[in-house]
Design a protein. Structure first.
Lengths: 274, 392
């Protein structure tokens, strides 16, 4: 299993990354950025589908809430009605997960490639030798230059700048796709989810090689850009300094926004299809 | 419903995270999240009846093979251990995390150097220790207390009897007074040095990861000449007569003129020549990571014979008058006929081996990745005794 993984996925990505580094004047930081962009571009159709599927699910929320109120005491009926609603809207409730699952092996391979290519210890260099293709570009690139913009890509960033960037970009990306909830308890859970991931990754960044953190930052920024253009704006992300807080009317306007914005996005999508 | 969905989302996200890190940390998939830890792979240096080595736990250990063979408790008779104080890997998330610095690993890579009654050891934490070879007591440490370390020392320390010379991961070659440990000079190269320099007629030769080979005057630390080759230098250099020999990351074994660095010949193999070439008579014996041991004519680079083992040949073989003792990365020790490369016998220790085998009489000593020293009797063809360096 491990051999299949190495031969089919890890080794091509690893060697591609190293060869790319050699083509980019031996700059491994640039290679990470370029490869992340290339991979995300290749996966763009999947990302679009995932984003649209998520949007469509969000659009159904008002109707879902109605169903929940209507069948609060009959869970079986509620499930049936929900499935009927999904079917009518042409949505597979698990459909938005597939693109994410398909992308996972590529993310894992990218992650492993970065870790292996940098070969921080002598043992790592020996392990790396087992994965290299006999290409001149690869031969001449080894061992890689780990310095990039003042960072040592095989070492954690001591300045915490990358940790902040990773956390911030991930938080923005999460905020763009997370609709505000009407229920305070749901709101609390939603906020926790939105905060937890960025904090976890920021924490990891403090300990993991900065080459990996660079990959996360670039990947997040591309994610934000895709989200911006697919959803037609910043989505549910509010710039705190631009808006006056209105606690009493916030839940209502948020609900309206949750219902309206996806409809708008879908309509635009329909127009394009037409 | 939304609550359930949020919960599912949290579970999925955490699951994804776990999957990424777990899959990245599987040994077969890359040797851990941040790769393999810096454990070290020191070989052995003889001192009287002792064999001395740097352990994967960061100690210098002197073993008495006779006492080990008799199964005595360690330390017995003249044996000793000196535990080097090292920085704790500064990771907040345990083994999953990268070390806080390149030099925070505890293991020792360099084989100790013995001069008279002193034993010298360079560490991955960037220090050189001079110990009393008979008792394991510190004579001096460089850099002195309060000064910054010099960068990871992976290659062996060499000497001309008066001074010590070694390369460091900070790209510098250092010269120290062997008796006092005082700094004499340093020479900055263009890139990391993970190999040992070689000394010949007052000139130090060393290669680095920038693809440069330098000739430096041992007396003054001044550059005599330097050359740039297409790939980084993978192995330590060996010198014989007029030529220098070394392996590179473009899978070549190079022979260059020691007078000016002119390339005389190169031999292309299937992987890196990571181990230091060994020269005996007019032949070079070079272990290659394409699983083979090559015997090559030193003068013109023509292949004499080759032998293929069961795994990568990472370590430098021990060469005696009649035999070559080579260990594969899979832990198989091969005894080869030096004239034609025919295998005479083989013994497996069953664990990964990166360190060089050390031959003394009929015995060959191997330090494997299971933290054990194996004493292999190459006549009876079995492991005579083993010793774990994980001493509690």
């Amino acid at each position: 299993m491990v051999d299949i993984w190495n031969v089919a996925i890890l080794d091509p990505v690893l060697n591609g990354l190293i060869a790319l580094s050699q083509m980019l004047w031996g700059n491994f930081g640039l290679a990470i950025i370029v490869l992340t962009v290339v991979v995300r571009l290749i996966l763009m159709p999947l990302t679009f589908r995932q984003t649209k599927s998520t949007k469509a699910m969000q659009e159904l929320q008002p109707k879902m809430q109605e169903l929940q109120k209507k069948y609060a005491r009959d869970q079986k009926k509620l499930q049936q009605e929900m499935m009927r609603l999904y079917k009518e809207a042409g949505i597979n409730p698990l459909g938005c997960m597939w693109p994410m699952l398909i992308q996972m092996p590529i993310w894992i391979a990218l992650y492993q490639s970065i870790m292996q290519a940098l070969a921080a210890t002598p043992e790592n260099l020996l392990i790396l030798s087992q994965h290299l293709y006999p290409w001149d570009l690869v031969d001449q690139a080894i061992p890689l230059n780990e310095n990039f913009l003042g960072l040592r890509l095989s070492q954690p960033d001591p300045t915490m700048i990358l940790a902040i960037l990773v956390g911030l970009t991930m938080w923005v990306q999460q905020k763009m796709v997370t609709p505000p909830a009407t229920d305070p308890r749901q709101q609390q859970m939603s906020s926790m989810t939105t905060m937890m991931m960025p904090l976890m990754f920021a924490f990891f960044t403090l300990s993991f090689p900065s080459g990996l953190a660079l990959y996360w930052v670039v990947s997040n920024i591309i994610g934000i850009i895709i989200q911006y253009f697919v959803a037609g704006g910043w989505g549910y992300f509010n710039f705190p300094s631009f808006r006056q807080p209105r606690p009493q009317t916030q839940p209502q306007s948020a609900t309206q926004k949750a219902a309206e914005q996806p409809s708008k996005a879908l309509k635009e999508g329909d127009k394009k299809k037409g | 419903m939304r609550k359930v969905r949020n919960l599912i989302r949290v579970v999925i996200l955490l699951g994804l995270l776990l999957l990424v890190f777990v899959s990245g940390c599987m040994p077969g998939m890359g040797g851990g999240c941040s790769g393999a830890q810096a454990q070290g792979w020191s070989s052995f240096a003889p001192y009287n009846e002792l064999i001395c080595f740097g352990s994967m736990e960061g100690s210098v250990i002197a073993l008495n093979p006779k006492a080990r063979s008799e199964g005595k408790a360690f330390p017995a008779e003249t044996e000793w251990i000196y535990a080097i104080k090292t920085a704790t890997p500064g990771s907040a998330c345990g083994a999953m995390c990268a070390p806080s610095s390149a030099a925070s690993g505890k293991g020792i890579y360099a084989t100790p150097l013995v001069i008279d009654d002193l034993i010298f050891e360079g560490t991955y934490t960037g220090k050189v220790y001079a110990l009393n070879a008979s008792r394991g007591v510190v004579r001096w440490i460089y850099p002195r207390e309060g000064f910054e370390t010099v960068g990871a020392i992976v290659g062996n320390i060499i000497t001309d009897g008066k001074a010590l010379y070694f390369g460091s991961a900070n790209g510098k070659i250092y010269a120290l007074d062997a008796v006092t440990g005082d700094f004499i000079w340093e020479f900055q190269t263009s890139n990391k040095i993970w190999t040992a320099p070689v000394l010949d007629n007052g000139i130090i030769y060393v290669g680095n990861y920038g693809g440069n080979v330098y000739a430096i005057a041992a007396e003054t630390g001044r550059e005599v000449w330097s050359i740039k080759i297409p790939s980084a230098v993978a192995s330590s250099l060996a010198v014989k007569d007029q030529l220098l020999y070394f392996g590179t990351f473009d899978r070549n074994l190079y022979a260059i003129d020691k007078a000016d660095g002119t390339v005389k010949w190169k031999y292309l193999a299937g992987n890196w020549f990571w181990a230091t070439p060994v020269i005996r008579g007019s032949t070079i014996y070079a272990a290659c990571m394409d699983n083979k041991i090559y015997a090559i004519e030193a003068a013109d680079g023509k292949e004499v014979w080759k032998f293929e083992g069961d795994g990568q040949m990472v370590s430098t073989p021990a060469v005696t008058d009649n035999h070559i003792f080579a260990v594969s990365e899979k832990g198989t020790l091969y005894k080869l006929d030096i004239t034609n490369g025919t295998m005479i016998s083989s013994v497996s220790v069953g664990y990964t081996v990166y360190g060089n085998p050390y031959a003394e009489g009929d015995m060959v000593y191997i330090y494997a990745r299971d933290h054990k020293v194996y004493a292999v009797d190459t006549v009876k063809n079995h492991v005579d005794w083993d010793f774990s360096s994980e001493i509690k």
